[in-house]
Design a protein around this ligand. Structure first.
Ligand code: UDP
Ligand code: MG
Length: 311
Protein backbone atom coordinates (compact mmCIF):
# COMPACT_ATOMS: atom_id res chain seq x y z
CA UNK A 1 0.00 0.00 0.00
CA UNK A 2 1.39 3.41 -0.96
CA UNK A 3 1.60 6.00 1.74
CA UNK A 4 0.88 9.70 1.40
CA UNK A 5 2.34 12.23 3.85
CA UNK A 6 0.49 15.47 4.35
CA UNK A 7 2.41 18.39 5.79
CA UNK A 8 0.52 21.24 7.39
CA UNK A 9 2.49 24.15 8.88
CA UNK A 10 0.63 26.04 11.58
CA UNK A 11 1.37 29.31 13.25
CA UNK A 12 -1.33 30.59 15.58
CA UNK A 13 -4.01 28.67 13.74
CA UNK A 14 -6.34 27.79 16.66
CA UNK A 15 -9.31 29.01 14.63
CA UNK A 16 -8.70 26.64 11.74
CA UNK A 17 -6.59 23.73 13.08
CA UNK A 18 -9.42 21.38 13.96
CA UNK A 19 -11.59 22.04 10.89
CA UNK A 20 -8.59 21.74 8.66
CA UNK A 21 -7.61 18.41 10.21
CA UNK A 22 -11.14 17.03 9.90
CA UNK A 23 -11.52 18.04 6.26
CA UNK A 24 -8.18 16.55 5.26
CA UNK A 25 -8.86 13.39 7.26
CA UNK A 26 -12.21 12.92 5.54
CA UNK A 27 -10.60 13.18 2.11
CA UNK A 28 -7.78 10.79 3.00
CA UNK A 29 -10.04 8.18 4.59
CA UNK A 30 -12.21 8.12 1.49
CA UNK A 31 -9.07 7.25 -0.51
CA UNK A 32 -8.85 3.88 1.19
CA UNK A 33 -6.39 2.37 -1.27
CA UNK A 34 -3.72 4.57 0.32
CA UNK A 35 -2.22 4.73 3.74
CA UNK A 36 -1.59 8.23 5.02
CA UNK A 37 0.13 10.22 7.74
CA UNK A 38 -0.39 13.82 8.70
CA UNK A 39 2.51 15.91 9.90
CA UNK A 40 1.27 18.92 11.79
CA UNK A 41 3.99 21.41 12.49
CA UNK A 42 3.40 23.93 15.22
CA UNK A 43 5.71 26.77 14.28
CA UNK A 44 6.04 28.23 17.78
CA UNK A 45 2.42 29.29 18.12
CA UNK A 46 1.54 31.46 21.09
CA UNK A 47 -2.18 30.62 21.08
CA UNK A 48 -3.89 27.26 21.73
CA UNK A 49 -2.80 25.60 18.49
CA UNK A 50 -0.50 23.16 20.28
CA UNK A 51 -3.22 22.05 22.75
CA UNK A 52 -5.49 21.29 19.82
CA UNK A 53 -2.77 19.39 17.99
CA UNK A 54 -1.95 17.34 21.09
CA UNK A 55 -5.59 16.38 21.40
CA UNK A 56 -5.87 15.50 17.69
CA UNK A 57 -2.73 13.33 17.88
CA UNK A 58 -4.17 11.48 20.87
CA UNK A 59 -7.29 10.56 18.90
CA UNK A 60 -5.50 9.62 15.70
CA UNK A 61 -2.14 7.79 15.65
CA UNK A 62 -1.69 8.72 11.98
CA UNK A 63 -1.22 12.29 13.10
CA UNK A 64 2.31 13.24 14.03
CA UNK A 65 3.11 16.55 15.64
CA UNK A 66 6.33 18.54 15.66
CA UNK A 67 6.41 21.59 17.86
CA UNK A 68 9.09 24.25 17.37
CA UNK A 69 10.80 25.99 20.24
CA UNK A 70 9.84 29.34 18.72
CA UNK A 71 8.52 30.76 15.47
CA UNK A 72 11.00 29.85 12.74
CA UNK A 73 8.80 30.70 9.78
CA UNK A 74 6.70 28.91 7.23
CA UNK A 75 9.59 27.65 5.05
CA UNK A 76 11.37 26.14 8.05
CA UNK A 77 8.17 24.44 9.17
CA UNK A 78 7.70 22.87 5.74
CA UNK A 79 11.40 21.92 5.65
CA UNK A 80 10.98 20.04 8.94
CA UNK A 81 7.89 18.39 7.51
CA UNK A 82 9.63 17.04 4.42
CA UNK A 83 12.53 15.81 6.54
CA UNK A 84 10.26 13.82 8.84
CA UNK A 85 7.79 12.59 6.21
CA UNK A 86 7.93 8.88 5.40
CA UNK A 87 5.38 8.65 2.57
CA UNK A 88 5.88 7.70 -1.09
CA UNK A 89 4.45 11.08 -1.94
CA UNK A 90 4.31 14.24 0.14
CA UNK A 91 1.61 16.88 -0.01
CA UNK A 92 2.23 20.36 1.36
CA UNK A 93 -0.88 22.31 2.21
CA UNK A 94 -1.66 25.43 4.24
CA UNK A 95 -3.71 25.14 7.39
CA UNK A 96 -6.16 27.86 6.47
CA UNK A 97 -8.07 25.84 3.82
CA UNK A 98 -7.25 28.35 1.07
CA UNK A 99 -6.09 25.31 -0.86
CA UNK A 100 -9.11 22.97 -0.73
CA UNK A 101 -8.21 19.46 0.53
CA UNK A 102 -10.95 18.07 -1.72
CA UNK A 103 -8.55 18.54 -4.64
CA UNK A 104 -6.04 16.05 -3.27
CA UNK A 105 -7.50 12.96 -5.03
CA UNK A 106 -7.03 14.67 -8.41
CA UNK A 107 -3.44 15.54 -7.56
CA UNK A 108 -2.81 11.97 -6.46
CA UNK A 109 -4.27 10.74 -9.76
CA UNK A 110 -1.82 12.98 -11.65
CA UNK A 111 0.97 11.49 -9.56
CA UNK A 112 -0.15 7.97 -10.48
CA UNK A 113 0.16 8.99 -14.13
CA UNK A 114 3.88 9.46 -13.60
CA UNK A 115 4.19 13.15 -12.70
CA UNK A 116 6.70 13.77 -9.95
CA UNK A 117 5.90 17.31 -8.87
CA UNK A 118 2.33 18.50 -9.15
CA UNK A 119 2.20 22.14 -8.15
CA UNK A 120 -0.97 24.03 -7.48
CA UNK A 121 -1.26 27.10 -9.67
CA UNK A 122 -3.88 29.70 -8.84
CA UNK A 123 -6.40 30.56 -11.50
CA UNK A 124 -8.05 33.05 -9.23
CA UNK A 125 -7.44 34.31 -5.76
CA UNK A 126 -10.46 35.01 -3.64
CA UNK A 127 -10.55 37.36 -0.72
CA UNK A 128 -7.02 38.68 -0.90
CA UNK A 129 -6.18 42.33 -0.47
CA UNK A 130 -5.25 44.46 -3.48
CA UNK A 131 -1.90 45.00 -1.76
CA UNK A 132 -1.22 41.27 -1.57
CA UNK A 133 -2.20 40.72 -5.20
CA UNK A 134 -0.01 43.58 -6.38
CA UNK A 135 3.04 42.60 -4.33
CA UNK A 136 2.69 38.96 -5.36
CA UNK A 137 2.53 39.94 -9.02
CA UNK A 138 5.53 42.25 -8.73
CA UNK A 139 7.44 39.55 -6.91
CA UNK A 140 6.92 36.85 -9.54
CA UNK A 141 7.78 39.31 -12.31
CA UNK A 142 11.02 40.40 -10.64
CA UNK A 143 11.98 36.88 -9.68
CA UNK A 144 11.55 35.56 -13.19
CA UNK A 145 13.35 38.52 -14.71
CA UNK A 146 16.31 37.96 -12.42
CA UNK A 147 16.55 34.26 -11.90
CA UNK A 148 18.14 31.66 -14.12
CA UNK A 149 15.47 29.05 -13.56
CA UNK A 150 11.87 29.30 -14.59
CA UNK A 151 9.76 29.49 -11.45
CA UNK A 152 6.08 29.13 -12.33
CA UNK A 153 4.07 32.19 -11.39
CA UNK A 154 1.09 32.16 -9.04
CA UNK A 155 2.25 29.08 -7.20
CA UNK A 156 2.64 28.76 -3.48
CA UNK A 157 3.83 25.77 -1.59
CA UNK A 158 0.64 23.78 -2.22
CA UNK A 159 1.91 20.76 -4.13
CA UNK A 160 2.36 17.01 -4.27
CA UNK A 161 5.94 15.82 -4.48
CA UNK A 162 7.23 12.32 -5.17
CA UNK A 163 9.60 10.63 -2.71
CA UNK A 164 12.46 10.79 -5.25
CA UNK A 165 12.29 14.57 -5.37
CA UNK A 166 11.84 14.89 -1.61
CA UNK A 167 15.05 12.91 -1.10
CA UNK A 168 16.92 15.20 -3.49
CA UNK A 169 15.70 18.36 -1.74
CA UNK A 170 16.37 16.91 1.72
CA UNK A 171 19.96 16.23 0.69
CA UNK A 172 20.54 19.93 0.00
CA UNK A 173 22.37 21.56 2.86
CA UNK A 174 21.33 25.15 2.14
CA UNK A 175 19.55 27.28 4.72
CA UNK A 176 16.87 29.93 4.06
CA UNK A 177 15.32 27.58 1.56
CA UNK A 178 12.91 28.99 -0.97
CA UNK A 179 11.10 25.69 -1.38
CA UNK A 180 8.83 26.46 -4.31
CA UNK A 181 11.93 27.55 -6.24
CA UNK A 182 13.91 24.45 -5.27
CA UNK A 183 11.10 22.10 -6.23
CA UNK A 184 11.06 23.73 -9.65
CA UNK A 185 14.87 23.90 -9.98
CA UNK A 186 15.40 20.16 -9.46
CA UNK A 187 13.58 19.26 -12.66
CA UNK A 188 11.84 15.86 -12.85
CA UNK A 189 8.38 15.58 -14.34
CA UNK A 190 6.57 18.74 -13.34
CA UNK A 191 2.88 19.32 -13.80
CA UNK A 192 0.76 22.38 -13.09
CA UNK A 193 -2.57 21.81 -11.44
CA UNK A 194 -4.87 24.78 -11.89
CA UNK A 195 -7.23 25.58 -9.06
CA UNK A 196 -9.15 28.37 -7.48
CA UNK A 197 -7.64 29.67 -4.29
CA UNK A 198 -10.28 30.17 -1.66
CA UNK A 199 -10.64 32.69 1.10
CA UNK A 200 -8.99 32.00 4.40
CA UNK A 201 -11.42 29.85 6.40
CA UNK A 202 -10.90 31.84 9.59
CA UNK A 203 -8.29 33.94 11.31
CA UNK A 204 -5.89 36.42 9.78
CA UNK A 205 -2.91 36.00 7.47
CA UNK A 206 0.29 34.96 9.24
CA UNK A 207 2.35 36.65 6.56
CA UNK A 208 2.86 40.27 7.50
CA UNK A 209 4.94 42.47 5.18
CA UNK A 210 8.17 41.66 7.03
CA UNK A 211 7.79 37.92 6.40
CA UNK A 212 6.78 38.49 2.79
CA UNK A 213 9.90 40.57 2.29
CA UNK A 214 12.10 37.85 3.78
CA UNK A 215 10.53 35.21 1.53
CA UNK A 216 10.91 37.41 -1.53
CA UNK A 217 14.55 38.25 -0.87
CA UNK A 218 15.36 34.59 -0.11
CA UNK A 219 13.74 33.70 -3.40
CA UNK A 220 15.70 36.21 -5.42
CA UNK A 221 19.03 35.82 -3.68
CA UNK A 222 19.03 32.05 -3.68
CA UNK A 223 18.15 31.81 -7.35
CA UNK A 224 20.02 34.70 -8.91
CA UNK A 225 23.28 36.58 -8.74
CA UNK A 226 22.03 39.19 -11.19
CA UNK A 227 21.58 41.87 -8.50
CA UNK A 228 25.35 41.71 -7.99
CA UNK A 229 25.86 42.26 -11.69
CA UNK A 230 23.46 45.19 -11.57
CA UNK A 231 25.74 46.69 -8.93
CA UNK A 232 28.61 46.41 -11.40
CA UNK A 233 26.49 48.07 -14.08
CA UNK A 234 25.60 50.92 -11.73
CA UNK A 235 29.28 51.44 -10.99
CA UNK A 236 30.20 51.67 -14.65
CA UNK A 237 27.29 53.99 -15.32
CA UNK A 238 28.30 56.41 -12.58
CA UNK A 239 31.92 56.39 -13.72
CA UNK A 240 30.80 57.34 -17.23
CA UNK A 241 28.58 60.02 -15.74
CA UNK A 242 31.39 61.50 -13.66
CA UNK A 243 33.76 61.50 -16.64
CA UNK A 244 31.05 63.40 -18.48
CA UNK A 245 30.83 65.97 -15.70
CA UNK A 246 34.63 66.27 -15.66
CA UNK A 247 34.81 66.89 -19.41
CA UNK A 248 31.96 69.38 -19.20
CA UNK A 249 33.61 71.40 -16.43
CA UNK A 250 37.02 71.35 -18.17
CA UNK A 251 35.47 72.68 -21.36
CA UNK A 252 33.57 75.35 -19.45
CA UNK A 253 36.79 76.39 -17.70
CA UNK A 254 38.97 76.45 -20.83
CA UNK A 255 36.51 78.31 -23.00
CA UNK A 256 35.05 80.47 -20.27
CA UNK A 257 31.57 79.26 -21.10
CA UNK A 258 30.12 79.10 -17.70
CA UNK A 259 31.04 82.15 -15.66
CA UNK A 260 28.26 81.99 -13.17
CA UNK A 261 28.94 78.50 -11.82
CA UNK A 262 29.91 78.62 -8.20
CA UNK A 263 30.18 74.80 -8.39
CA UNK A 264 27.84 74.11 -5.56
CA UNK A 265 25.11 72.34 -7.50
CA UNK A 266 27.34 70.03 -9.45
CA UNK A 267 29.26 69.01 -6.35
CA UNK A 268 26.11 68.35 -4.38
CA UNK A 269 24.56 66.37 -7.21
CA UNK A 270 27.70 64.32 -7.64
CA UNK A 271 28.08 63.62 -3.93
CA UNK A 272 24.47 62.63 -3.33
CA UNK A 273 24.17 60.61 -6.49
CA UNK A 274 27.35 58.66 -6.00
CA UNK A 275 26.89 58.07 -2.31
CA UNK A 276 23.36 56.89 -3.04
CA UNK A 277 24.62 54.46 -5.63
CA UNK A 278 27.35 53.27 -3.28
CA UNK A 279 25.01 52.70 -0.37
CA UNK A 280 22.58 50.85 -2.58
CA UNK A 281 25.37 48.68 -3.92
CA UNK A 282 26.74 47.93 -0.48
CA UNK A 283 23.25 46.98 0.67
CA UNK A 284 22.77 44.53 -2.19
CA UNK A 285 26.18 42.99 -1.64
CA UNK A 286 25.65 42.72 2.09
CA UNK A 287 22.41 40.81 1.53
CA UNK A 288 24.51 38.13 -0.12
CA UNK A 289 27.20 38.30 2.55
CA UNK A 290 24.53 37.94 5.24
CA UNK A 291 23.37 34.73 3.57
CA UNK A 292 26.94 33.44 3.28
CA UNK A 293 27.43 34.23 6.97
CA UNK A 294 24.23 32.39 7.78
CA UNK A 295 25.32 29.33 5.82
CA UNK A 296 28.77 29.20 7.45
CA UNK A 297 27.39 29.45 10.97
CA UNK A 298 25.45 26.35 10.06
CA UNK A 299 22.86 26.73 12.77
CA UNK A 300 19.88 24.40 12.57
CA UNK A 301 16.97 25.69 10.54
CA UNK A 302 14.58 24.94 13.35
CA UNK A 303 14.58 23.57 16.88
CA UNK A 304 12.05 20.98 17.89
CA UNK A 305 10.76 21.29 21.42
CA UNK A 306 8.30 18.42 21.31
CA UNK A 307 7.37 15.45 19.13
CA UNK A 308 4.18 13.42 19.33
CA UNK A 309 3.47 10.01 17.75
CA UNK A 310 7.01 9.45 16.52
CA UNK A 311 8.57 6.23 17.76
N1 UDP B 1 2.84 29.81 8.76
C1 UDP B 1 3.84 29.24 9.54
N2 UDP B 1 4.77 30.06 10.12
C2 UDP B 1 4.76 31.41 9.95
C3 UDP B 1 3.76 31.97 9.12
C4 UDP B 1 2.82 31.14 8.54
O1 UDP B 1 3.89 28.02 9.73
O2 UDP B 1 5.62 32.08 10.51
C5 UDP B 1 1.84 28.93 8.14
C6 UDP B 1 0.40 29.32 8.40
O3 UDP B 1 -0.08 28.79 9.61
C7 UDP B 1 -0.33 28.74 7.19
C8 UDP B 1 0.73 28.88 6.10
O4 UDP B 1 1.98 29.02 6.74
O5 UDP B 1 -0.64 27.39 7.35
C9 UDP B 1 0.46 30.04 5.18
O6 UDP B 1 0.27 31.22 5.95
P1 UDP B 1 -0.91 32.25 5.64
O7 UDP B 1 -2.14 31.50 5.22
O8 UDP B 1 -1.06 33.14 6.83
O9 UDP B 1 -0.31 33.06 4.42
P2 UDP B 1 -1.12 33.71 3.21
O10 UDP B 1 -2.03 32.66 2.67
O11 UDP B 1 -1.85 34.87 3.78
O12 UDP B 1 -0.04 34.10 2.25
MG1 MG C 1 -3.29 31.57 3.64
Amino acid sequence: MKKISIIIPMYNEEEVAKTSYLRIKKVMEALNQYDYEMLLIDDGSSDHTMDLLTQIAKENPKVKVLSFARNFGHQSAVTAGIQYATGDAVIIIDADLQDPPELLPEMIALWEQGNEVIYGQRKARKGESAFKLLTAKMFYRTLNALSDVEIPKDTGDFRLVDRKVIDVVNAMPEHNKFLRGLFSWVGFRQKAYLYERQERYAGKTKYPFKKMWKLASDGIISFSTKPLKIVGGLGILTIILSIGILVYSLISYLFNLNQLTPGWTSIMVAITLFSGVQLLSIWIISEYIARIYDETRNRPEYIIAKKINFE
